[in-house]
Ligand binder design. Sequence first.
Ligand SMILES: NC(=O)c1ccc[n+]([C@@H]2O[C@H](COP(=O)([O-])OP(=O)(O)OC[C@H]3O[C@@H](n4cnc5c(N)ncnc54)[C@H](O)[C@@H]3O)[C@@H](O)[C@H]2O)c1
Length: 420
Amino acid sequence: MAAAGGWAAASALPAQEVEPVRVGLVGVGNRGSSLLRTMLRIPGVEIRAVGDINEERLAKAQQQATEAGREKPEGYSRGPEDFRRLVERKDLDAVINATPWHWHTPIAVAAMKAGKYAATEVPAATTLEECWELVETSEKTGKPCMMLENVCYFRNALAVLNMVQQGMLGEIVHCEGGYQHDVRTALIDEHGDLKWRGVYQTERRGNDYPTHPLGPIAWWTDIHRGDRFSYLTSMSSKARGMNTYVRKRSGADHANATRQFAKGDVNTSLIRTENGVTITLYYDTVLPRPYDLILRIQGTEGIYSGTLDKIYLEDRSPKPHEWESMDGYYERYDHPLWKALNERANGMGHGGADYLTLHQFLRAVRKGTQTPIDVWDSAAWSAIMPLSEMSVDARSAPVDFPDFTRGRWQERRPIDIGLD
Ligand SMILES: NC(=O)c1ccc[n+]([C@@H]2O[C@H](COP(=O)([O-])OP(=O)(O)OC[C@H]3O[C@@H](n4cnc5c(N)ncnc54)[C@H](O)[C@@H]3O)[C@@H](O)[C@H]2O)c1
């Protein structure tokens, strides 16, 4: 079981006078402006530069910084490749990007080549070639690249990690997760036309957004810390959600009301790890439904369900066959990182998890260490997007995962979580 490395030495909160980390941020739309708001709350972060092709958003981000009492970050808005000028600045330690998916790898690669730590929104890459490009650039430059998978830092994900590491669920056998989130308003605008994210529905055919549920599952199951994803098989349903949505909102005459979308509405993938753990993964974003990441983990001693936020442990839960509330478990097993930062993270995105994610990335930058989600994790978790598509296209034939670590997955490295 992976241990929470670096934690023993990390019992104290960081001093108020922390060494500054100088950051450039590319892409300040919905997500980027939220990351900016969070970073402005983290001690020792200096936002030196912001970039966006949209000048209005860029100006708003600059204003966000000055309203928080910071110096106005320099703006970069001379077109989609202007991040190349930004990454070359001598006064940056890290470049974070929250742009559309197809820009994640080009920006992270440019940042690493310019000698900066890179952090990218999810997914880090959209093709296997991009996954390898990230890995090879990081290995060549010695600069880490972290995908900002914030679900790893959700309260329940961290508490379950803590319990798994203490052996409470026994040997892990199966997990289930899903990006089950009705995001139709992020795909289609008020006129029924496609936004950048909606265009993926016309081209891609598998699971486009695997890393939210998969990140915590990878941590729970020691992926790249003694195990690795071995192969997957994937199947997509028919596509009806986008048509129905556009027909209801913009009328049957709109082209998107009858267009043939390439991506089926619900994609289901099944992954097997080298050590025999199975993982069911759903992608379900264009049908009406409440949000649910599932986050189920099952071992020889019991099961946790994120959907129910309940647990059952053999020989411990009061009644056989009956779920138990997590209340008492959070009290006892909340992760030390959560306990230490929870108050400061209060009010920040995703129940404070965004604060913890950025805090841990910036800690690695400050210390000059590997990031807790490293480039090999970022590549393997993102690789579901092309691999699931390959399987869907081949009538669900099994597809092997590349070993991005080139054998290093067998090392029992701890997950680096800490405050030092
Ligand atoms: N981790 C999370 O919880 C979470 C939540 C929401 C979105 N996201 C991710 O964040 C990213 C951004 O999503 P969003 O909802 O903010 O989208 P958005 O469209 O609101 O914002 C994207 C921004 O990037 C800018 N942009 C596009 N190309 C650019 C380029 N080449 N250079 C500079 N700027 C460019 C756009 O003008 C826009 O302001 C996506 O990858 C998305 O998946 C993650």
